[in-house]
Design a protein around this ligand. Structure first.
Ligand code: GLU
Length: 428
């Protein structure tokens, strides 16, 4: 070990920013409060299965490149593994491990019959053509084929993957098993077995969680200033739904920068601008600020809906919001959570705040298996019931144990999975 303070601090940072270690720390805090024995901790912390696949692809210029893909199945005790697939240059196994574990806890918090899984391919979708993306998706699906299936593991969209990606996965899987199997993925286009309301579901879940948390802290949407980091499927739709509920969205960002307007942004106009121009740059009804400054601006509610490790021990003291609703997975490090707790900032944790997506994924899987499709109203009503119940369950645990909503969500999730483990017993 080095005594050089710079090296020590770099190592500490690496630990803080390693999502799997962050997840393990949050898990341990809850496991301590539950008096979970060491054996059970070991079982629940570790992923059940990890698969790494090499994906040779013939690129548009005729050259051959080999990409790396992962699928981690953290736990399938409560049902098939469930969780998204992301395409990004910085995908790595520890990140996918953490994300798969978060899926186990998320499915448990909203009490749907799934375990957790997650997948990813190391690639930069911005530099790939549609044909190359399709090849990567199909080759990846073939690579993980043996562990996929409606009763085994059901992927969904995540960062940089969408309905089209899911359609390719569904088709590739179906071609291999020689029958159309819509329930193998969720987040599909509606015309091929997708669910109404799925596209909006994560954003809707964020809005519903925000509403419940606002009641808890005794505030109303009117004159509540919200900063949303990210304007993709979660941030963009979340901001629009919050805007429709009467919140004032003062800032939103994309990968390249953030816009800010203290009088509130016209969200439908901003999203239309983004749809046409692909980025917020050049939008005239707001000021432009760098992404790095956005989350520290004055506001009442902060919705980090971009990526991991945004609120850290280095910057948690600069956050001005009184309420944080985590649209992304892992936007706050475990170390930063301690600082936010000290500062009495209420945080609706990711495994609750963004669980709307997987909840409607569950509805999609059910509809595919029934072959009977619900109206959007029915989907939204059932989503609302699930989220309100989950929020109340977590809130009751927070009161019972006198802990933050995050620790309470872990307690609830771990307790449910551990109960199933104890009742099923250890096979072998
Ligand atoms: N990728 C989303 C998440 O992190 C959705 C997962 C799913 O619907 O299976 O929750």
């Amino acid at each position: 070990m080095s005594n050089n303070p710079a090296t020590v601090s770099a190592t500490q940072d690496m630990d803080e920013f390693n999502p799997f270690l962050s997840m393990a720390q949050l898990f341990n805090e809850a496991a301590d409060l539950l008096n979970l024995d060491e054996g059970m901790r070991e079982v629940l912390r570790r992923p059940e299965r990890e698969l790494t696949v090499s994906l040779p692809i013939v690129m548009d210029d005729g050259s051959t490149k080999v990409f790396t893909g992962y699928r981690v199945q953290h736990n399938f005790l409560r049902g098939p593994c469930k969780g998204g697939i992301r395409f990004a240059p910085d995908v790595n196994l520890d990140e996918i491990r953490a994300l798969s574990a978060w899926m186990t806890w998320k499915c448990s918090v909203v009490d749907i019959p799934f375990g957790g899984g997650k997948g990813g391919v190391i690639c930069d979708p911005r530099e790939l053509s549609k044909r190359e993306l399709e090849q990567i998706t199909r080759r990846y699906t073939t690579g993980i084929m043996d562990i996929l299936g409606p009763d085994r593991d059901v992927p969904a969209p995540d960062m940089n993957t969408d309905e089209q990606t899911m359609a390719w996965i569904m088709d590739t899987y179906s071609m291999h098993v020689r029958r159309t199997t819509t329930a193998v993925v969720t987040g599909k286009p509606i015309s091929l077995g997708g669910s109404r309301g799925r596209r909006e579901a994560t954003g809707r879940g964020v809005m519903l969680n925000c509403r419940e948390a606002m009641k808890k802290i005794g505030r109303r949407p009117e004159n509540t200033r919200v900063i949303v980091q990210g304007s993709g499927n979660v941030g963009g739709i979340g901001a629009l739904l919050l805007y429709r509920e009467g919140y004032k969205i003062t800032s939103i960002s994309d990968m390249y920068g953030a816009i800010i307007n203290e009088n509130g942004l016209d969200m439908p106009q901003v999203l239309e601008y983004l749809r046409t121009n692909k980025r917020l740059e050049g939008y005239t009804e707001a000021d432009h600020i760098p992404n790095l400054d956005q989350i520290f601006q004055d506001c009442d509610v902060l919705v980090p809906a971009a990526t991991e490790n945004q609120i850290t021990s280095h910057n948690a003291h600069r956050i001005q919001a009184k309420l944080i609703v985590e649209g992304a997975n892992g936007p706050t490090t475990a170390k930063a959570q301690t600082i936010l707790d000290e500062r009495e900032i209420t945080v609706v944790p990711d495994i609750l705040a963004n669980a709307g997506g997987v909840t409607v994924s569950y509805f999609e899987w059910v509809q595919d298996r029934m072959g009977y499709f619900w109206t959007e109203e029915m989907v939204n009503t059932r989503l609302e019931q699930a989220i309100v119940k989950a929020f109340n369950d977590v809130n009751s645990k927070a009161d019972e144990y006198q802990v933050s909503l995050r620790t309470a969500a872990y307690i609830l999730a771990i307790e449910r999975v551990a109960t199933v483990y104890k009742m099923r017993g250890i096979f072998g």
